[in-house]
Design a protein around this ligand. Sequence first.
Ligand code: NDP
Length: 330
Amino acid sequence: MKYIILRNRPEGKPSLKDFGTKETEKPQPGEGEILLKALYVSVDPYLRGRMRDEKSYIPPFKLNEPMESMVVPEVEDSKNENFSKGDFVSGMLDWQEYQVSDGKGLNKINKDIAPLSAYLGILGLTGITAYLGLEKIGKLKEGETLLVSGAAGAVGSIVGQIGKIKKCKVVGIAGSDEKIKKITKVFKFDEGINYKTTDNIKEEIKKACPNGVDVYFDNVGGEMLDAAILNMNKFGRVVNCGAISLYNSKEKPTGLRLEPFLIKKSILMQGFTVRDYAEDFQPAIKQLSKWLKEDKLQYEETIVEGFEKIPQAFLDLFEGKNQGKMVVKV
Ligand code: NDP
């Protein structure tokens, strides 16, 4: 059975040589344990941070040891009374085809409610991040203008749709015309901006948001954040969800001093990690499931097939090769 390790800590942009695939015996569950067979593996931009040897809200990966992310496996054998063979679960697990677990931290999931991969996206941390970031920090109100970057990605595409459910004007920023078509035609955003074909993103935002921006949900950081803040309204809220444009930078990023704009416009700007709101996960999942059932939310997935493709799928996030949630089907 195969597993994937971190071989090097990359400087700048990671590449396939920073990962390694190894083989070992399939493990056997002991008393109180279960044997898990990986079915779907989530790849996420934040994993880039864990490749650095830095103190953060989550420990760094160890060199030459398996990497981990959210995984949906099937229980193949159980010596634990809380799980039965054939159960499907989700949890933070190693990038291994098979592994044993004592079951702690795993959630049982139901494939009759949604396809298994959805528990890594819309009904997993992705959907919860979109919902709680908007709810807790964005505090979006009907009639406001919502701007979201990374708009065709996993989190961004849900954020924008929630904005439409809340009867707001929604403008999305993404990196190709195909993505802009997707967010406007399929997800019904009001406007889309392709940041790769403009050299003045600030003006493009101004044109698309003639009444200014009330909430900016930022998945990208850097210059896009600067440009958004320059278009914010009085009492605007900036939700700092992610900063993917900076994750691979080697130098310390520089940019505008934002404080004069924040002060002048009384703007609230707050970062978060979704785990800050762990006690709100269940109500968030309940609301997202309800919207899904009512057909108010749609979700998109880019599913890559093959366990050994996990590193490439992760690298492809930084090239914008995904639409919606990037997931590997083992
Ligand atoms: P996505 O599905 O949005 O995938 C990443 C996307 O980012 C790509 O498709 C690409 O789209 C875009 N991108 C890549 N490089 C750049 C760049 N240099 N500049 C601008 N855009 C870029 O990922 P997620 O939805 O999973 O995550 C979105 C953001 O939210 C990330 O920053 C992530 O770290 C963060 N996040 C934060 C959480 C939290 O708890 N705070 C939880 C989950 C995610 P394009 O073609 O448009 O460039």
